[in-house]
Design a protein around this ligand. Structure first.
Ligand code: PEP
Ligand code: MN
Length: 342
C-alpha cells in the first residue's frame, strides 16, 4: 500500500503517519519528492483502513497495491482450484453442465427431468427446494420434502445435486442432502449466511448478487474461504442494468476477469442471466468461449406448466440442441465435453 501525502504536508504530519504505521507493525519506505512525500507501506495491509491513516492530517490518499481478498486471489495460491464432487471435477479441463428445473415441484417431475438431462450429457443436477421468490404469493418450494426428492434423484442417477440454502437456520438440513450448496444472488452479501455455510464441508456455488461488483463478489467468496471452506464455484447470473430486453444483463466479461484475479472455478447461468429460453443456448456457447468452466441451465419438461421460471426453461429437445452446440465450442476451446443425445 502507498500513502500519498498532500502537497505541502508538514514534517510533523509525515512523522505522525510514519509513527502510526510503525506502531501497527508495518515496514516503511519514505520518499520525498519535489512536490509530495510518498510512504511505501510493506506488511499485511488488510487492517490498514482500520488504522485511520486516510483521515490523518496531511494525508491525501491511501492507494492499495494488493487486492482486498487474500485467499481467493491468484497471488496467494499456485495453480487453479479444481473441485471434485463425487468424481465430477469442476474447474479442470472438462466442461460441466449443471441442469435441472428451477424448482423441485414433485417427485415424478424431478426424477424424469434428472433422467432426461443426464441422458443428454449433464453431469450435475440442479433444483430448488427453498425458492427465493420476488412475490410472497409465488410457489416457495417444497423445502425438506424437495431435498429428499433430490437425494432420491442422486441415488438413482449418481449425479451430484446442487440446491439453494436461503437462511442460516436451514444450513444443516441443506448440507445433509446437497452435494453442492448454492448461495443465491439475493443472498450473496448475507454475511451471516456466508459464515454459517463456511462451516460446512460441502462445496459452495456462489452466485453473483444482482448489483454486486466483481470485487464485492470475490470478497463474498473470501468470507467463505476465511471461514474455512475453500471449495467455491463462482456463478455469473446477470446483473441489474437499464436494459430491459432481458431479465438481467449477463456480464460475460466477468469470466475472463475472474479467471485472471482468482484461482476459483467459474460457471455461467444464462437462464437467470437472460430470462429467455431462446437466449440460453447462444449465451451458453459464449460463456464457454469466454473461458467458463461450465454452465448451469434450467430445464423443464413442460415449461408452460412450470411453477417458476418457465420462460427461461429449456424443453428436453432444446436442451439436447444446447448440448450439441456447446460441444462444438468446447472442441474449439480444447476443453473436454460429452453430450450424449441418444
Ligand atoms: C436459482 O438458480 O434457482 C436462482 C434462484 O437463481 P438466482 O439466485 O441467480 O436468482
Ligand atoms: Mn429459476
Amino acid at each position: 500500500m502507498i500513502v500519498v501525502m498532500r502537497h505541502g504536508a508538514e514534517e510533523d504530519e509525515i512523522n505522525a503517519v510514519v509513527f502510526r504505521l510503525k506502531q501497527e507493525g508495518y515496514k516503511i519506505e519514505v520518499s520525498k519528492g519535489e512536490e509530495r512525500t510518498i510512504i511505501g507501506v510493506v506488511g499485511l495491509n488488510t487492517r490498514l483502513a482500520e488504522t485511520g491513516i486516510e483521515v490523518m492530517p496531511g494525508v491525501d490518499k491511501v492507494v492499495p497495491i494488493l487486492p482486498p481478498y487474500k485467499i481467493a486471489s491468484t497471488n496467494d495460491k499456485k495453480g487453479k482450484t479444481i473441485i471434485n464432487v463425487n468424481g465430477v471435477e469442476i474447474g479442470g479441463n472438462r466442461i460441466q453442465v449443471f441442469a435441472g428445473p428451477c424448482a423441485v415441484e414433485n417427485r415424478e417431475q424431478l426424477l424424469e427431468t434428472a433422467r432426461v438431462v443426464q441422458k443428454a450429457g449433464a453431469s450435475i443436477l440442479r433444483g430448488g427446494a427453498f425458492k427465493p421468490r420476488t412475490s410472497p404469493y409465488s410457489f416457495q418450494g417444497l423445502e425438506e420434502e424437495g431435498l429428499k426428492i433430490l437425494a432420491e434423484a442422486r441415488r438413482i442417477t449418481g449425479m451430484p445435486v446442487v440446491t439453494e440454502v436461503m437462511d442460516t437456520k436451514s444450513v444443516d438440513v441443506v448440507a445433509e442432502y446437497a452435494d453442492i450448496i448454492q448461495i443465491g444472488a439475493r443472498n450473496m452479501q448475507n454475511y451471516a449466511l456466508l459464515k454459517e455455510v463456511a462451516l460446512t464441508e460441502k462445496p459452495v456455488l456462489l452466485k453473483r448478487g444482482p448489483s454486486a461488483t466483481i470485487e464485492e463478489w470475490v470478497l463474498a467468496a473470501e468470507y467463505l474461504m476465511a471461514g474455512g471452506n475453500e471449495q467455491i464455484i463462482l456463478c455469473e447470473r446477470g446483473i441489474r442494468t437499464f436494459e430491459n430486453a432481458t431479465r438481467n444483463t449477463l456480464d460475460l466479461s466477468a469470466v475472463p476477469i475472474l479467471k485472471a484475479i482468482t484461482h476459483l472455478p467459474v460457471i455461467v447461468d444464462p437462464s437467470h442471466g437472460t430470462g429467455k429460453w431462446r437466449l440460453v443456448t447462444p449465451m451458453s456457447k459464449a460463456a464457454i468461449a469466454a473461458g467458463a468452466d461450465g454452465v448451469m441451465v434450467e430445464v423443464h419438461l413442460n415449461p408452460a406448466e412450470a411453477l417458476s421460471d418457465g420462460m427461461q426453461s429449456l424443453t428436453e429437445n432444446n436442451f439436447i440442441v444446447l448440448m450439441k452446440e456447446v460441444e462444438k465450442i468446447c472442441q474449439a476451446m480444447g476443453r473436454h465435453f460429452s453430450s450424449n443425445p441418444g
